[in-house]
Design a protein around this ligand. Structure first.
Ligand SMILES: [Fe+2]
Length: 251
């Protein structure tokens, strides 16, 4: 089950905005795009394989206009340069904190030059609007500095804040477990106030509670079963086994 490599799931809202979702690469990075054909807006979040995105979009005469980054770990920015080379005028958005030089662990972060930055404080909200696309951007650090989530049009794009059953690791350079806990508390409140049938798109397609690896779950499912969202306090959260790993990488 689930999306095959190179497969795109496309859904059409009643708001003129298409949602394209795919998974790419050895870590099953989930990629999402918001597309408004009428106004020529194509905003891709965290492109992993730029060539594949360009190929899929050009088949439908679409041109990428925006790249929105949840954070700048290499696996979330791998496709930026290919898309940017093909479309130098593209806007590249990320949070200002995610390029803070003091936090750069050169091995896991890719130097990414943004054309536009979000600058809000942790757990503050800003709106991102272009054409018919209206997104809510929340600064949600912890897994990495300057991490953001974006939601609108029936999807909550969690980046590496949340996967279906768990949350992102907090043992990397720039990680902050206490900040992650606060970001998760904010996310829980936000999710509780969104329609329960919206999809939560994780940064990676990892195991769900039943051992399957679905591309996404509903917000209702995540609120019910995600271990991090259901941790009663920061100590219980901190003791969850997936916050820290022995391996060196896979950010
Ligand atoms: Fe990451």
């Amino acid at each position: 089950m689930g999306l095959a490599e190179g497969e795109f799931a496309v859904s059409y809202g009643d708001d003129n905005v298409e949602i394209w979702i795919t998974q790419m690469g050895p870590w099953a990075n989930m990629n999402t795009a918001f597309i408004d054909r009428e106004n020529g807006v194509v905003a891709i979040i965290d492109p992993f394989d730029g060539e594949e995105w360009l190929k899929a979009l050009s088949k439908q005469d679409l041109t990428p206009t925006h790249i929105l980054l949840t954070h700048t770990h290499r696996d979330h920015t791998a496709g930026v340069s290919a898309i940017r080379n093909a479309h130098p005028e593209i806007e590249v958005w990320g949070h200002a904190e995610s390029v803070s030089p003091s936090l750069i662990g050169r091995i896991i972060f890719r130097r990414t030059d943004f054309t536009h930055v979000w600058e809000q404080a942790p757990n503050e909200i800003v709106k991102w609007n272009c054409g018919s696309i209206h997104l809510t951007v929340i600064h949600s650090p912890g897994h990495s500095p300057g991490h953001v989530t974006l939601h609108g049009h029936g999807v909550y794009v969690a980046g590496d804040l949340l996967f279906t059953m768990r949350s992102g690791r907090v043992d990397l350079p720039g990680s902050d477990p206490a900040a992650q806990w606060r970001s998760l508390a904010m996310a829980k409140t936000v999710l509780q106030n969104l329609p329960s049938d919206w999809r939560l798109i994780p940064g990676h397609r990892y195991d769900w509670i039943d051992g399957t690896t679905p591309d996404w779950v509903t917000i209702e499912q995540a609120l019910k079963h995600n271990l991090s969202l259901n941790a009663p306090d920061i100590d219980a959260f901190d003791a969850l086994p997936f916050n820290r790993f022995d391996d060196e990488m896979s950010a």
